[in-house]
Design a binder for this molecule. Structure first.
Ligand code: PEP
Ligand code: MG
Length: 651
C-alpha cells in the first residue's frame, strides 16, 4: 500500500461533477483507493462517499492505494486534484500561460478517459479490433390464424426455410473441423432440420389454419418436451437441439439469421449481453481479440474461460445494448476494466501502444519458463495451471506450468451432448496425467449446480443455486453420475501423478462418504480385473464452514486447495456473478484473508500442504500474503504463470 498527501486545487473542491470524474478515473485502476480528509475516510470509487467527504479547494487530503497498479493510480489521481486549475489561479493574468502545458496534458488525458467506459476487469490483456456483436435474435412467434387460401403459400415458405437452414448448416458443417464439438453440434441440428417428423408436425399445424412461424415454434417446443420426458439422459439432451433447430427455421421464415460466434472474424472483439457455456463450447475462443459483456464478473465462468485462453475480457459493463450493437471498433483493457467503443484517434493510439507494451512485457517474461521459483529464503513454490479442457495443455506447458493445480471437469460434462462415459473420462484424465508427468495433476470432481446447465443432468429450479444442490452435494446424491467419475480417476491413477479434490466441502461426512464410495469403486474395478492406482484425496477449502472446521478436515484430507472465488462470495455474502456487489467481492478483504489464515494454520498443525486455485492466486499483490501464510502451491490460468514465477523469485 502506498499513500500520498496532496493539496486540492480543483475549483470549489470535489463537488458533483469533479467528484464523478475523479471516481471514474479511480475506477479505471484495479487498486483499492481511499481518500482521507481529517479523520474521515472514503472509498475513492464511490461518488456518494466522496461527495459526503466534502473535500474543498485548498484542503489537504491523503490518497491511499493498494493493488497492482497503485503507483500509476496515485500519479493519475494526484495530478487530477493538484494540477486542475483553481479559480484563483485562473483569474491571474499570466496563470493560463504558466499552467497551460501541464493542465492541457492532464485535461486531454481526462477527456480521453471520460470518453471511455468502465466495467469489471475480468481477464488481463489489452486488445483493439473490429467489433462483433453477439446476440441471439428474438423469435416473435405470435399465433396468427390463416385462411384456406394461404395454406399452400405458408407450406411453400416453410419448405424454403427448411431448405435454407439445411444448406446453411451443411455449409457450416463443411467448414467445421471433423470430430470437434462444433462439428457435432452442427450435425445434430442438421439431422433434426431434415427430420420428416418435425416437418410433418409443422405442416399439420399450418393445414389446421395456423401461420408457419408459430407452427414451427410450437411444434419445436412440443417435440423438445417429448425428448425431455425420456429416460435416457442422452435423448433428453436432444430437446435443446430441437429447440435450436426450430428457432433457426422460424427465424429464416422471418427473413433473419441467427448469430453464432463461429461467424466472428479472427482478432475481433466480441460484444454481448451474455454468452452461455453452450455458445462458448462451440467457439474457438483463442481466435478472438477480446470479450466484452454487460453481465458477469471476474470470477464468473465466462471470465475463467477467457483467462484460460489468454483472451482479454471486461464483464459487467453498464452500457446500453444498442450502443454495443452499433459499435464498429472496440478496445478494452482487461486489467483495469476500461473499454472504448469506436475510440477517437488519441484513444486508439493509446490502446495500440498498450498492446505493443504488453507484447514486449510478455516477451521479457519468457526468461522464467524453465524457472522453478523459490523465495529468497529458499521456499519452493509450485506454480501450476488451472485447466478446463485438454486443448489448454500446450499453452500451460509452453509457460512451464509445474503441474495442474485444478482441472475443472465441468466443461467435459457441458461440451458433450450427454454426460461423458467412464471410458471417455478415463482417457481424458490419463492424457492429462501423461502430459504433465511426473508433475502432479489435481482433478476436481464435478462441480455443477442449477446455475450451470449440464446436458443430461436434471436440476430442480432453485432460488439460490449457489447455496443449493451443487458440487459434492449433488454428486453424493447421484452415485450413477459420481461413481463413473471416481472409477475413471482410479483407472487414470495408474500413471502415479493423479490427485483428486472435492469441491464445496462443508461437512466432514462429505469427505468420509466419498472415501467409502472410492473404496466401493476400487473393489468393483479389482473384481473386474481393471487396473487401477492410488490417488491422494484433497479438499477444496471454499466454504466458510470448511475454514471453520479446517482442523477436523485436515485430519481426513491429504491437502487443501483454497478456492478463493467461492470462499470470497460466501464469506462476504456477495454473489460472484453480480457486478453490483463487485466492490464487496474482494479476495483481499481482511475477512477473506482471515479465513485463508485459519485454513493454513490447520494445515500446518496437521502437516498437510495448502495451495490456492481461485483467481486470487495469480494476483501479484496477494502472492506475498499467501506465501507468508504458508501456501506452497499457486494454481492459475496459463496466461498468468510467468508473472507469478517472477513474483515469487522476488519475494
Ligand atoms: C473457486 O471457487 O475459487 C474455484 C477455484 O472454483 P470455481 O471457480 O470453479 O468455483
Ligand atoms: Mg469454487
Amino acid at each position: 500500500m502506498i499513500e500520498r498527501k496532496v493539496v486540492v486545487r480543483v475549483a470549489e473542491g470535489l463537488h458533483a461533477r469533479p467528484a464523478t470524474e475523479f471516481v471514474k478515473l479511480a475506477r479505471s485502476f484495479a487498486a483499492d483507493i481511499e481518500i482521507v480528509r481529517g479523520d474521515k475516510t472514503a472509498n475513492a470509487k464511490s461518488p456518494v462517499k466522496l461527495m459526503l467527504l466534502g473535500v474543498k479547494e485548498a484542503d489537504e487530503i491523503v490518497l491511499r492505494a493498494n493493488g497492482s497498479d497503485e503507483a500509476k493510480a496515485l500519479d493519475a489521481l494526484c495530478s487530477f486534484v493538484s494540477l486542475a486549475q483553481s479559480r484563483e489561479e485562473a483569474s491571474k493574468p499570466d496563470a493560463k500561460v504558466r499552467q497551460a502545458p501541464v493542465a492541457e496534458r492532464v485535461g486531454a488525458a481526462e477527456r480521453e478517459r471520460a470518453t471511455t467506459l468502465h466495467g469489471l476487469a475480468a481477464s488481463e490483456g489489452v486488445a483493439i479490433g473490429p467489433s462483433f456483436f453477439f446476440a441471439l435474435e428474438p423469435v416473435c412467434a405470435l399465433r396468427r390464424e390463416i385462411g384456406k387460401d394461404e395454406i399452400d403459400t405458408e407450406i411453400a415458405k416453410l419448405r424454403l426455410a427448411v431448405d435454407a437452414v439445411n444448406s446453411d448448416l451443411a455449409e457450416r458443417g463443411r467448414k467445421a473441423v471433423a470430430g470437434t464439438d462444433e462439428a457435432q453440434i452442427i450435425d445434430a441440428l442438421r439431422e433434426i432440420s431434415r427430420d420428416v417428423e418435425f416437418v410433418q408436425r409443422v405442416e399439420a399445424r399450418i393445414r389446421a389454419g395456423q401461420d408457419a412461424v408459430s407452427s414451427t415454434h410450437e411444434s419445436g417446443e412440443q417435440l423438445a418436451a417429448e425428448f425431455e420426458g425420456l429416460e435416457d439422459p442422452y435423448q433428453r439432451a436432444r430437446g435443446d437441439d430441437v429447440r435450436a433447430t426450430a428457432r433457426k427455421v422460424a427465424l429464416s421464415l422471418q427473413g433473419k439469421t441467427d448469430a453464432t460466434l463461429a461467424d466472428a472474424p479472427p482478432g475481433s472483439v466480441i460484444l454481448a449481453r451474455d454468452i452461455s457455456a453452450f455458445d462458448l463450447a462451440g467457439a474457438s475462443l483463442e481466435r478472438f481479440g477480446g470479450l466484452i459483456c454487460t453481465t458477469g464478473g471476474p470470477t464468473s465462468h465466462v471470465a475463467i474461460i477467457a483467462r484460460s485462453y489468454g483472451v482479454p475480457a471486461v464483464l459487467g459493463l453498464e452500457v446500453d445494448v444498442e450502443r454495443l450493437r452499433s459499435a464498429r471498433v472496440a478496445a478494452l483493457d482487461g486489467a483495469t476494466g476500461e473499454v472504448a467503443l469506436d475510440p477517437d484517434s488519441a484513444t486508439e493510439r493509446r490502446f495500440r501502444e498498450q498492446v505493443a507494451r504488453d507484447a514486449a512485457r510478455k516477451s521479457d517474461l519468457q526468461a522464467y519458463v524453465a524457472v522453478e521459483p523459490r523465495t529468497r529464503d529458499g521456499r519452493r513454490i509450485e506454480i501450476a495451471a488451472n485447466l478446463g479442457t485438454l486443448k489448454e495443455i500446450d499453452a500451460a506447458l509452453a509457460v512451464g506450468a509445474m503441474g495442474v493445480g485444478l482441472f475443472r471437469t465441468e466443461l467435459l460434462f457441458m461440451e458433450h451432448r450427454r454426460p461423458p462415459t467412464e471410458d471417455e473420462q478415463a482417457q481424458v484424465y490419463a492424457r492429462l496425467a501423461e502430459a504433465f508427468a511426473p508433475a502432479p495433476v489435481i482433478v476436481r470432481t464435478l462441480d455443477v449446480g442449477g446455475d450451470k446447465p449440464t446436458p443430461g443432468l436434471d436440476f430442480p429450479h432453485e432460488d439460490n443455486p449457489f447455496l443449493g444442490w451443487r458440487g459434492i452435494r449433488m454428486c453424493l446424491d447421484r452415485p450413477e453420475v459420481f461413481k463413473p467419475q471416481l472409477r475413471a480417476l482410479l483407472r487414470a491413477a495408474v500413471h502415479g501423478n493423479v490427485r483428486v479434490m472435492l469441491p464445496m466441502i462443508a461437512d466432514i461426512e462429505e469427505i468420509r462418504k466419498t472415501k467409502r464410495l472410492i473404496e466401493e469403486c476400487r473393489a468393483e474395478l479389482e473384481a473386474e480385473k481393471v487396473p487401477c492406482g492410488e490417488f491422494e484425496l484433497g479438499v477444496m477449502a471454499e466454504t466458510p464452514a470448511a475454514a471453520l472446521i479446517a482442523d477436523e478436515l485436515a485430519r481426513e484430507a491429504a491437502f487443501f486447495s483454497i478456492g478463493t472465488n467461492d470462499l470470497t462470495q460466501y464469506v462476504m455474502a456477495a454473489d460472484r456473478q453480480n457486478p453490483k456487489v463487485a466492490n464487496l467481492n474482494r479476495a483481499d478483504h481482511p475477512a477473506v484473508l482471515r479465513a485463508v489464515d485459519l485454513i493454513c494454520q490447520a494445515a500446518r498443525k496437521a502437516g498437510i500442504w495448502v495451495g490456492v486455485c481461485g483467481e486470487a492466486a495469480a494476483r501479484p499483490e496477494l502472492i506475498p500474503k499467501f506465501v507468508n501464510l504458508g501456501v506452497t502451491e499457486l494454481s492459475m490460468a496459463a496466461a498468468s504463470i510467468l508473472r507469478a514465477k517472477k513474483c515469487v523469485t522476488e519475494l
